[in-house]
Design a protein around this ligand. Structure first.
Ligand code: GLN
Length: 543
């Protein structure tokens, strides 16, 4: 029977609970235990799919088509366990289900309430599909004390009662700030946060204290005394040099030992060789390349979280450091913009996924630069669509080529898709319908042309990749675009939807309709990213 580890955060947000959950899961996995991580998000959106990346960071997409919190990306990258819809729940989704049931009459005669109806739904979500697991880690979004997370904390309280201490452990992640004027670390915020959590009926078993300076024994004992935990269960979590150093660091601090001790479980020696290897690759590169990402949400690195990581993985695969230059596509739309000065020093240009017209002309100009100057180019989702619009305009003579996403056009090289085939049958959408959860989402197969560059990179002609888009390259333009030198080397199995384009006459020019960054792992870098960085290394020797 699975054991549950509940992870809450206190004092401030952004303490890295997601990374902590992912690291702890990876450490338990390294001891031979089977793990799964789940995220509870207290906000009222049904999923983060309709939120701006500036609000919430990247939307992470699972194989089964769920639009989820970016922490699920950390979970997958650190454990290799594919996340699915049932691993991320929001208050919005819970209320949506309960209200639908109420309208159907499922609760006829009853008053529908937060306790027990909402808390029961949260508990069911936590407990579902966990039969074959050793550990389920449940991370609660937000900070203890938030009004909207109260039902989640209450559900944990009930679950801890039902499961017993042998099957549940509460980890609270807090901040121990350093007050430079006093030259001291301060434990009071942690004490207050634990008091708040305890007042809600949840006594933490383990405290993970984020701090910029080492936590002296005296402060550790003080926290243990005031917060009612063993001193060994107060774990210091200093800032790490890289996210990939976190599991090894937490292991050195005894986090996984302490968790196993709590459950009275055997603690076989962990196999951490793969963590040592990736950290070595990250910390001891043998060269470096600079990649320009020409996008729209460049002010917030979290908006391109998986992309950032996949580029790092591509660097690890080639033992080089990848410097990422985030470039706002809009600057190339200004009259005085000097695109050459910006893009010439780069060893690779990547146009990532995105939505809406803002910056699209700047992206198209970047594609053109990469194509004409033979700079490695990688277009992802919107980036692939822009590569096709650029090709249409400048190599196929379709001067007014555009995407219908940007407004009405006579030459819809990229257009909305309202019908497509899934394994379950035909999916249909109405133009102008609901925007939430209605894109072409999740894993779809593609067939690659034998002898194409991508077939060689993948080492296969059958692939499956995750999608998240509403528009698609219009297949009726394929012949014209091919005349212009683009090759459609990947198509959906029914041959109707373009999945990959490449330019065989260019050193490295690939556009993909899907999001390969979502499946890249440090131990298993995505082949397209590994190959793109390899091409960038080659380019770095030319410039
Ligand atoms: N906006 C484009 C579409 O909906 C691309 C989406 C994306 O890049 N994820 O098709």
């Amino acid at each position: 029977m699975a054991r549950y580890i509940f992870i809450t955060g206190g004092v401030v947000s952004s303490l890295g609970k997601g990374l902590m959950a992912a690291s702890l899961a990876a450490l338990l996995q390294a001891r031979g235990y089977k793990v799964r991580i789940r995220k509870f998000d207290p906000y009222l959106n049904v999923d983060p799919g309709t939120m701006s990346p500036y609000q919430h960071g990247e939307v992470y997409v699972t194989d089964d088509g769920a639009e989820t919190d970016l922490d699920l990306g950390h979970y997958e990258r650190f454990t290799g366990v594919s996340a699915h819809q049932g691993d991320n729940i929001t208050s919005g989704r819970i209320y949506q289900q309960i209200i639908a049931r109420e309208r159907r009459g499922d609760y006829l005669g009853a008053t529908v309430q937060v306790i027990p109806h909402v808390t029961d739904a949260i508990k069911q979500f936590a407990l579902a599909d966990t039969e074959d697991l050793d550990f389920v880690l449940c991370e609660i979004g937000g900070t203890v004390g938030d009004i909207e997370s109260l039902p989640f904390i209450e559900a944990i309280r009930q679950l801890r009662n039902e499961l017993g201490r042998e099957r549940s452990c509460a980890v609270h992640v807090t901040l121990v700030p350093y007050v430079s004027a006093a030259g001291e670390l301060k434990t009071k915020p942690t004490q207050h946060s634990v008091r708040e959590l305890t007042s809600l009926g949840v006594q933490p078993d383990l405290l993970l204290c984020r701090c910029e300076h080492a936590l002296p024994e005296s402060e550790r004992s003080k926290i243990a005394l005031f917060c009612n935990v063993r001193p060994e269960a107060v774990i210091q979590a200093l800032d790490a040099s890289s996210i990939y150093a976190v599991p090894l660091q937490y292991h050195a601090e005894g986090l996984d030992d302490e968790v196993l001790r709590h459950f009275d479980l055997a603690a076989p020696t962990p196999d951490l060789a793969r963590w040592d290897d990736i950290l070595d690759r990250y910390q001891n590169p043998e060269g470096e390349v600079t990649i320009g990402v020409v996008g729209k949400y460049v002010g917030l690195p979290d908006a391109y979280k998986s992309l950032n990581e996949a580029l790092v993985h591509g660097g690890m695969a080639n033992r080089v450091k990848v410097n990422i230059r985030w470039i706002d596509a809009e600057i190339f739309e200004q009259d005085d913009s000097d695109i050459v000065a910006q893009l010439e020093p780069l060893h690779g240009i990547l146009v990532p996924g995105g939505f809406g017209t803002r910056g699209s002309e700047g992206k198209i100009a970047s594609v053109r630069f990469a194509r004409e100057r033979n700079v490695p180019f990688f277009g992802i989702c919107l980036g692939m669509q822009m590569a096709c619009v650029e090709g249409a305009r400048n190599t196929a003579g379709i001067e007014t080529a555009a995407s219908t996403e940007f407004g009405p056009t006579d030459e819809p090289v990229v257009g909305i898709i309202t019908e497509w085939m899934t394994k379950e049958g035909l999916q249909t959408r109405e133009a102008g319908g609901d925007l939430g959860g209605t894109m072409r989402l999740g894993a779809y197969d593609a067939r690659l042309q034998p002898n194409s560059r991508v077939a060689e990179i993948y080492g296969s002609t059958e692939i499956s990749e995750r999608h998240r888009h509403r528009y698609e390259v219009n297949a009726s333009y394929v012949p014209a675009l091919e005349q212009g030198g683009l090759v459609f080397s990947g198509m959906s199995p029914d041959g109707l939807l373009p999945e990959i384009v490449e330019r065989p006459d260019h050193p490295w020019f690939v556009g993909v309709q899907f999001h390969p960054e979502l499946k890249s792992k440090p131990f298993d870098p995505h082949p397209l990213f590994a190959s793109f960085i390899k091409a960038a290394i080659h380019q770095s020797r030319l410039v």
